[in-house]
Write a protein that binds this ligand. Structure first.
Ligand SMILES: Nc1ncnc2c1ncn2[C@@H]1O[C@H](COP(=O)(O)OP(=O)(O)OP(=O)(O)O)[C@@H](O)[C@H]1O
Length: 322
């Protein structure tokens, strides 16, 4: 059993580089995932996310970099890492006729516990005898989670966790991942579903063209890249223009738009609180407009801004310039 020293991250990658046929697709990635965290890896198509997690799981050999996964080196001991990490299968991963209980037997290693409680936890206890091909999309995803967790891994890699699920099934799977985190399992989530990332992740790492362009909590990323908030409301008819000038001077407000009685304040997050305080101070509780609303940027807005920004030069370009 490998020992991760106390405080040692579950995943620690420095300078990971990988090329296919001379084309660099992972270009000096650093990544740290602390034990017990849920970390999302997001980015455009072809950014190098899957290649990165395949290198981490000992499924691909990197060209350069220092990698430690649960205290093991996936380059020197890929088989040890594969035995420690739970991975989620893709949808085509099981034959249609295989029953749930047969799949569980097939995937159980020496470390596996009794699968019964796991199947119950993921709502599949009463589905054991059903063939994989007859399960709904949500049940399939939950079965993949059961199989990823069967051998009691301390780290699970989940790729496109909720792809194709309806909103109820997606929330079901979210609850399952939250339970995993509560139980101390470390989760690396590769996803294009930013709602998943926002709901589940302690930290999100954004990749573009083979490199990490930023990382942080979803809230940090939104604050850094999401752009302005907008506070909208209607003033009571006949409110003097001077009032609106006042609004423009509130801390955090950068711009005021007024069309008739409809007002939109744009600015940084503190503008929300100051606009609320201003409204209460002017009219008391009764003066708070019935249509008061706040538009806040989300992780999607932050990601679009990050991925649209001009690309910094790659390591390759930098070498050519030097
Ligand atoms: N086995 C391979 N041989 C050659 N090129 C590959 C191979 N696997 C991936 N690539 C290329 O490497 C680049 C990075 O692919 P990768 O799958 O790691 O990106 P990704 O961020 O996971 O993309 P997506 O979000 O589309 O799944 C892509 O341009 C892809 O076409």
């Amino acid at each position: 059993m490998p020992n991760t020293a106390a405080g040692e991250p579950a995943i620690h990658v420095e300078g990971l580089r990988k090329a296919y046929s001379g084309r660099t697709v992972v270009d000096g990635v650093d990544l740290r995932v602390d034990a017990g965290q849920v970390v999302g890896l997001v980015g455009a198509n072809g950014a190098g996310k899957t290649t990165t997690v395949e290198c981490l799981q000992g499924l691909r050999r990197p060209d350069a970099g220092r990698l430690r996964v649960l205290g093991e080196d996936p380059v020197r001991h890929p088989e040890r890492v594969r035995a420690l990490v739970g991975s989620q299968l893709q949808d085509s991963g099981l034959p249609d006729r295989l029953r749930v209980e047969e799949a569980v037997r097939l995937f159980a290693g020496p470390q596996a516990g009794d699968p019964g409680p796991l199947l119950e936890t993921f709502g599949l206890g009463h589905r054991r005898r059903l063939a994989f091909g007859t399960l709904s999309g949500g049940e399939r995803q939950r079965l993949f989670l059961v199989l990823a967790l069967l051998n009691r891994p301390r780290l699970v890699v989940l790729d496109e966790l909720t792809q194709g699920l309806d909103p109820a099934a997606r929330r079901d799977v979210w609850r399952s991942v939250a339970r995993l985190r509560d139980g101390g399992t470390t989760v690396l989530l590769v996803t294009h579903e930013l709602e998943d990332a926002q709901a589940l992740c302690d930290r999100v790492v954004v990749m573009r063209d083979g490199r990490v362009v930023d990382s942080g909590t979803p809230a940090d990323l939104v604050a850094r890249h999401g752009g302005e908030v907008t506070v909208r409301f209607s003033l009571p008819p006949g409110r003097p223009a001077a009032d609106v000038d006042d609004l423009g001077r509130l801390p955090g407000v950068t711009r005021v738009e007024r069309r008739g009685d409809a007002v939109a304040l744009h600015g940084r997050r503190p503008a929300i609180a100051h606009a609320g305080a201003w409204l209460v101070a002017r009219g008391g509780e009764a003066g708070v407009p019935f249509d008061l609303a706040v538009d806040q940027p989300d992780l999607e807005a932050a990601l679009i801004a990050l991925l649209d920004a001009p690309a910094p030069p790659s390591a390759h370009d930098r070498q050519e310039v030097a």
